[in-house]
Each structure stands twice: as structure tokens, then as C-alpha cells.
Design a binder for this molecule. Structure first.
Ligand SMILES: CC(C)=CCC/C(C)=C/CC/C(C)=C/CC/C(C)=C/COP(=O)(O)OP(=O)(O)O
Ligand SMILES: O=P(O)(O)OC[C@@H](O)CO
Ligand SMILES: [Mg+2]
Length: 250
């Protein structure tokens, strides 16, 4: 069943051609700074805030960060958990993902099995998502024990993505890893989108400019994620505006 946050993202994609998500890692700054970043990102045209990190995004810092972001930005918060400990009760939704190219049962199904009762108890909206990590993969590739998709093998990304769609996942996330030197190649994005049809394609990792975001959306990406660029920019509103104005309404 499609919930309100997923519905909002689908509508944003329908009306503007693409949506933008800002990733905030609770381990990178305190709750107040996270709230300020989210507020500026909202002014810059981001559609929702993802909260997570591969290491240390848990407990009180996670909850306080989510609270501050919701209060300051008024945007929905989607958890992007590295495991069960990345869940908390005061967010709106969770990317309920399986890392399809992991070698570890822990990231394929175990965290999800242990987390599912909490998602239910907390009343979080689960958004079923296939998570696929492409070279270079960064910290998340290592932590998630991923058999990284080679950058010159778009057909492998497309095959994993189609498997996810056949499992019923309505979103596919192609991830190059936070801070990647280059984003996922546009050819891989195009091949993946061709394979998954009406499932929504999210692309993230190493996207630092409006041009890069536009190239990915032209190739078939529907949701663009930026994390490091937002964390590092002096003027978050201007940075997010550069990305969103380049990729929306094409
Ligand atoms: C659905 C539930 C309960 C768990 C899913 C568990 C899975 C499949 C996790 C995938 C592997 C993993 C470690 C994901 C982490 C996702 C994430 C928050 C990545 C980005 O973090 P950043 O903070 O940008 O990167 P750094 O860690 O490099 O800072
Ligand atoms: O930090 P960046 O490189 O923007 O990557 C964001 C996201 O894809 C990481 O999960
Ligand atoms: Mg981080």
C-alpha cells in the first residue's frame, strides 16, 4: 500500500519531472545545525530530508536530529538506516531497503526482519526499496559488504534493479557511495530505468553540481540525493537551489 510520503514523492516527480532529497547524517553535526541545514534546503527546493549514516547514526542524537529537522523545515523525514539502530519513532517514513548486491545476510534480510516489528510499533511508513551499490561504493560499500557493480557493466545494475521490481519494490536506489569522485554513470542510469519501467529511480553519491544532476535526470533518474555537498556548503539554500533548478522541469 502506498503511504503519504511515497505518494508525495510520486506527485513531485509527476509535476516537476524529478524530485530532490537532502541527506543529513546525525553524526556530522548537532541537532540545531541539522535543523538549520534542513530549513535552508527546504528554501532551496528540496522535497524531503533523508536522515542516516553508515556509522553512528543512532539513539538520542538520531531522535533529536529528526525532531529538529521536522520542526525547522516542515518537510517529511525519511529514515535511511544502516541497520535496526537507525530506526526511531519520530520520523515520517523509512526507506525499507534490502542491499541487493550485499554478500551478507545481515544487509539482505536480517536487519529488516529485526526492524520490521519496530517499524510497525513506531507507525513509520515503510517505502520498499532496492538498494544497489556501484563502484567506488565508499564507506557504505564496505560496511554493507557489497559486491560492487563495475561502472562499465550497466546490464548488471539493470538486472539487480529488475529483480527488486519483481520482488515488489517500488523504488530502486543506485548508490555510488557518499563522497564518490564521480556519480553513477548516466549510461547505467539509463539502462536501469529502461529495465524497471514505472518503479522510481533514485540516484546518489558524488553529485555536487546542477550539471551533474541534470545529466542524471536526462538519463532517467527521478530522485536525486545529495549529502556531502549540502554538509560542506557555506550557503546551503544556494547550493540546493543550483541542483534543483537544473534538474526540475526539464
Ligand atoms: C530497513 C532496515 C531496518 C535496515 C536496512 C539495512 C541496510 C540494507 C543497510 C544498507 C547498508 C548500509 C550500511 C546503509 C547505510 C545507508 C547510509 C545512511 C549511507 C550514507 O551515509 P553517509 O553518512 O552519507 O555516508 P558516510 O557513512 O560515508 O558518512
Ligand atoms: O554524500 P553524497 O556524495 O552526496 O552521497 C549521498 C548519498 O548517495 C549517500 O548515501
Ligand atoms: Mg556520514
Amino acid at each position: 500500500m502506498i503511504g503519504p510520503v511515497e505518494g508525495m514523492l510520486a506527485t513531485a516527480v509527476e509535476t516537476a519531472g524529478a524530485a530532490h532529497l537532502t541527506l543529513i547524517d546525525p553524526d556530522s553535526q548537532g541537532p540545531e545545525a541539522a535543523g538549520r541545514m534542513a530549513k535552508a534546503a527546504a528554501k532551496g527546493g528540496t522535497d524531503a530530508i533523508m536522515v542516516g549514516g553508515s556509522v553512528g547514526a543512532a539513539g538520542r542524537a538520531l531522535e533529536d536530529t529528526v525532531r529538529s529537522i521536522r520542526a525547522e523545515s516542515g518537510l517529511p523525514v525519511i529514515l535511511f538506516p544502516s541497520g535496526v539502530s537507525g530506526l526511531c519513532s519520530n520520523a515520517d517514513a523509512v526507506f525499507f531497503m534490502s542491499l541487493l548486491n550485499s554478500r551478507s545476510a545481515s544487509y539482505l534480510i536480517e536487519n529488516q526482519a529485526l526492524g520490521a516489528p519496530l517499524v510497525y510499533k513506531y507507525g513509520l511508513e515503510p517505502i520498499p526499496m532496492a538498494y544497489i551499490i556501484v563502484e567506488p561504493g565508499g564507506t557504505v560499500g564496505w560496511v554493507g559488504d557489497a559486491k560492487l557493480i563495475p561502472r562499465d557493466k550497466p546490464e548488471l545494475a539493470a538486472a539487480y534493479a529488475l529483480a527488486g521490481k519483481y520482488f515488489g519494490m517500488r523504488m530502486v536506489y543506485l548508490e555510488a557511495g557518499s563522497g564518490a569522485g564521480d556519480p553513477v554513470p548516466p549510461k547505467m542510469v539509463a539502462a536501469t530505468k529502461r529495465a524497471i519501467g514505472d518503479a522510481l529511480l533514485i540516484v546518489g553519491g558524488g553529485i555536487r553540481s546542477g550539471d551533474a544532476a541534470r545529466r542524471l535526470v536526462e538519463a532517467g533518474a527521478e530522485i536525486i540525493v545529495t549529502g556531502t555537498g549540502v554538509e560542506r556548503s557555506e550557503d546551503v539554500e544556494a547550493f540546493v537551489r543550483e541542483i534543483t533548478s537544473a534538474m526540475k522541469g526539464l
